[in-house]
Ligand binder design. Structure first.
Ligand code: UGA
Length: 437
């Protein structure tokens, strides 16, 4: 493989993992981001996001001289390969992914890139976006031979670095063999290990990304619906999940019942796929139904808590354990836990939350963010476990028995250890197990 200098434009979540990952593989990477304060932090080896192992990896690649950070795209003029990982937030107005950051990043790269450079879209983009970008490049820079390639990411927050180094497949969508090969070369270390490479056209590649996330969101929503059934007819959802998941045609992952999917990807990507379908007159009915069910789930959970408390929530004090949309991240975007906090406050409850890392920028009467689980439990009528942090699994609730007003736990993640010795002294309800009454 030829040594190549690679440029990563946009060092948000995806871009930073990609850049640090490639640098750790031994490639030379120039990172460009418009945000000067972020670039200054990164130069000092401080990642702007919380991600397991990232800080160590970042410091290592800086020390090895494999990565540099800049706000000036001009510093990447010798790079032959540009990964673009800028944000594509959902437009509130249309439901479409907004492409303005991507458009201007690609335009900026095209100005400085050498002839025959390859511009790789890592951002999740509506199907057809890469073809549109290519047409614009051909129009604005005729004869320069720039090529767009789609290369979606499949990283999970919290395990992103591990996912980067252990891909289950790599998807590369482009038009010319030369451009696709250039991208393939940057992943040679994985190909040598036998990781499957799906080398295809841009449209297929873009579709794979949406279809993967929508399928996983569907799987989660499916088990959540079965979980509701189990709560009424009896049974145990984890055993149901295990019983179906051991069938290799179904598979065991993404069958954990909970408060519904959240985060910065599933909600955005399912909505984008539904919008794309409608725009092309091919309604994605399954995905649309999944979105509807997932949206209403948070409301149903609130009703269930209300029923368990036998009363209106107004005036009650409640502990919410976990704010992040899932464990091992500080990300609160589209977090079911955060929606729950807001809904409880709206109902007039007082909320005391605790999360090991995530914080909310909410200043509301009756809302406080606590430093410990015990502090969050003071004087509460209910403890709601909203994120599956390990700290909640092992927490000894006997230590807060004297602090709470009522010993009631609503476990939305089925994480609390129900074999613990304190359990008989508490009322515990769990998603996916029959209701107490
Ligand atoms: C997801 C995908 O898993 C990644 O492959 C993809 O690259 C990423 O989106 C993206 O498009 O960038 P992520 O959003 O980090 O990754 O989180 P997941 O671990 O997939 O969880 C998504 C949501 O589903 C969370 O709210 C989680 O709590 C929920 N979930 C997941 C469940 O409720 N049950 C499960 O069994 C699994």
């Amino acid at each position: 493989m030829q040594a190549q200098t690679i440029c990563v434009v946009g060092v948000g979540y995806v871009g930073l993992i990609q850049a640090v990952g490639l640098a750790k593989l031994g490639l030379k990477v120039t990172c460009v981001d418009l945000d000067a304060s972020k670039v200054a932090m990164l130069k000092k080896g401080i990642p702007p996001i919380f991600e397991d192992g990232l800080e160590d990896a970042l410091r290592e690649v800086i020390a090895r001289g494999n990565i540099v950070f800049t706000t000036d795209i001009g510093e990447a003029r010798d790079c032959g390969l540009f990964y673009v990982a800028v944000g594509t937030p959902t437009s509130e107005r249309t439901g479409n992914a907004r492409l303005d950051y991507l458009d201007s990043a690609v335009a900026g790269i095209a100005e400085i890139a050498p002839a025959e450079a390859v511009i790789v879209v890592k951002s999740t983009v509506p199907i057809g976006t890469c073809a549109g970008l290519q047409a614009r490049l051909d129009r604005n820079h005729p004869g320069k031979g720039l090529e767009i390639v789609s290369n979606p990411e499949f990283l999970r927050e919290g395990t992103a670095l591990k996912d980067f180094f252990n891909p289950e497949r790599i998807v590369i969508g482009g038009t010319s063999e030369a451009a696709r090969q250039k991208v393939r070369d940057s992943y040679a270390a994985f190909e040598d290990r036998g990781v499957p490479m799906i080398v295809t056209d841009t449209s297929t590649s873009e579709t794979i990304k949406y279809a993967a996330n929508a399928f996983l969101a569907t799987k989660v929503t499916f088990i959540n619906e079965i979980s509701d059934l189990v709560e009424t007819v009896g049974g145990d959802i984890d055993q149901v999940a295990r019983g179906i998941g051991l069938d290799s045609r179904i598979g065991p992952q993404f069958l954990k019942a909970g408060p519904g999917y959240g985060g910065s990807c599933f909600p955005k990507d399912t909505l984008a796929l539904a919008t794309i379908g409608r725009r092309h007159g091919v309604q994605q009915q399954i995905v649309e139904t999944v979105i509807r069910i997932n949206d209403s789930r948070r409301f149903h959970i609130l009703k269930r808590i209300e029923a368990a408390m036998g009363d209106k929530l107004s005036g009650k004090r409640v502990a919410v354990l976990g704010l992040a949309f899932k464990a091992d991240t500080d990300d609160v975007r589209d977090s079911p836990a955060v929606d729950l906090v807001h809904a409880l406050l709206e109902e007039g409850a007082d909320v005391q939350s605790f999360d090991p890392v995530a914080r909310l920028a909410v200043d509301h009467r009756g809302y406080s963010q606590c430093e410990t689980i015990a502090e969050a439990c003071k004087g509460v009528s209910a403890v709601l476990v909203a994120t599956e942090w390990a700290a909640f699994r092992t927490f000894d609730f006997a230590s807060v028995e004297a602090l709470v007003d009522r010993r009631y736990i609503f476990d939305m993640r089925r994480i609390v250890d129900i074999t613990a010795s304190w359990v008989p002294r508490w009322d515990i309800e769990r998603i996916g197990s029959p209701l107490m009454r």
